[in-house]
Write a protein that binds this ligand. Structure first.
Ligand code: NAD
Length: 252
C-alpha cells in the first residue's frame, strides 16, 4: 500500500525539476496525478516517466498566472479521477538582479508567477475540496526565510508564499474544512532553475560553499517532503515550514 494511495494530486510546474520529481514520487506512492506546466515537451517527458513506472497521470498546459485556467484544471482532474485532494503549488521562476537595476516589469512578473499563482491555486483548491479536506503544499525557498543580495524580488515572492500559507492554514482550520496548508523551503537543489542562477553568480561551487552538507539537494529529496505533507501521516501539520536545505538555514 502506497503512502498516498487514493489521493488525487495536482502538481504545477511538473515539466521539470522538483515538480517532475513530485509527480514521480507521489505516483509511485499511489496518487493519481494531474501534471501541469507551460512547457509541453517537459510535460510529455514527465508523463512518459510516470506511465513507464506504472503510475496514473494526465497532463494539461497551464499558465499558473492565468486566473481563468485554474477552474478548468480542477474540473478536468475531477472528471478524470475524482475530487482533487492534494495541490502542490510548485511552478516558479527566479529573476535575479540588483535592486537599483531591477525593472518594475520584472518585479511584477516575479510576483505574478510565484505569488499570484499560489493564491489562485489555493483559492481554487479550497473551493473544490470544500469540506472534504485535503493538503495544499506551497513551494517556497530558503530565500523565503532570509535575504540574499541580488535576489530581492525572489526573496520577497518566497516570503509571501510562506506567510500566505500560514494565513491560509489558519483560515482553513477555522472554517473547519479539513484542508491543511504548509510550505516547503528547499535549499540549493540540482534543477535547471538553479543551474541558471548559479551561472549568473558564477558559482558552480556555490552549493558547496553555502551548504553545510557541501552538496546540492536532489529534486527527489524535496519531493519526499511533499509526499509527507500530502499524506495522512502529516494530519496534524498545518501552517508548518518544512525546510529541506542540507543545513543551510541552521547556520547563521
Ligand atoms: P525548474 O525551472 O526546473 O522548474 C520550474 C517549472 O515551472 C518549469 O517546468 C517551468 O516551465 C514552470 N513554469 C514557469 N513559469 C510557469 C508558469 N507561468 N506557469 C506554469 N508553469 C511555469 O525549477 P525548480 O528548481 O524545479 O523549481 C520548482 C520550484 O522550487 C520553484 O517554485 C522554485 O522557486 C522552487 N525552489 C527551487 C530551488 C532550487 O534550488 N532549484 C530552491 C528553492 C525553491
Amino acid at each position: 500500500m502506497g503512502q498516498v494511495d487514493g489521493e488525487i494530486a495536482i502538481i504545477t510546474g511538473a515539466g521539470s525539476g522538483i515538480g517532475r520529481a513530485c509527480a514521480l514520487v507521489l505516483a509511485r506512492e499511489g496518487a493519481a496525478i494531474m501534471a501541469t506546466d507551460i512547457d509541453d515537451e517537459g510535460l510529455r517527458v514527465t508523463e512518459r516517466l510516470v506511465t513507464d513506472a506504472g503510475g496514473r497521470i494526465i497532463t494539461a498546459h497551464q499558465d499558473v498566472t492565468d486566473e481563468s485556467m485554474w477552474e478548468a484544471i480542477f474540473s478536468q482532474t475531477e472528471n478524470a479521477f475524482g475530487t482533487p485532494s492534494v495541490l502542490v503549488n510548485n511552478a516558479g521562476i527566479a529573476i535575479a538582479g540588483a535592486i537599483t537595476d531591477f525593472t518594475l516589469d520584472d518585479w511584477r512578473k516575479q510576483m505574478s508567477v510565484n505569488v499570484d499563482s499560489v493564491f489562485l491555486g489555493t483559492r481554487a483548491a479550497m473551493r473544490y475540496m470544500g469540506s472534504k479536506g485535503g493538503s495544499i503544499v506551497n513551494i517556497s525557498s530558503v530565500a523565503g526565510l532570509r535575504g540574499a543580495a541580488g535576489a530581492s524580488a525572489y526573496c520577497t515572492s518566497k516570503g509571501a508564499v510562506r506567510l500566505f500559507s500560514k494565513a491560509a492554514a489558519v483560515e482553513c482550520a477555522q472554517m473547519g474544512t479539513g484542508i491543511r496548508v504548509n510550505s516547503v523551503h528547499p535549499g540549493i537543489i540540482d534543477t535547471p532553475m538553479v543551474a541558471s542562477i548559479l551561472g549568473m553568480f558564477d558559482g558552480d561551487d556555490m552549493a558547496e560553499r553555502l551548504t553545510p552538507m557541501k552538496r546540492p539537494g536532489t529534486p527527489e529529496e524535496i519531493a519526499y517532503g511533499c509526499l509527507y505533507l500530502g499524506s495522512d501521516e502529516a494530519s496534524y501539520c498545518n501552517g508548518t515550514i518544512l525546510t529541506i536545505d542540507g543545513g543551510t538555514t541552521a547556520r547563521q
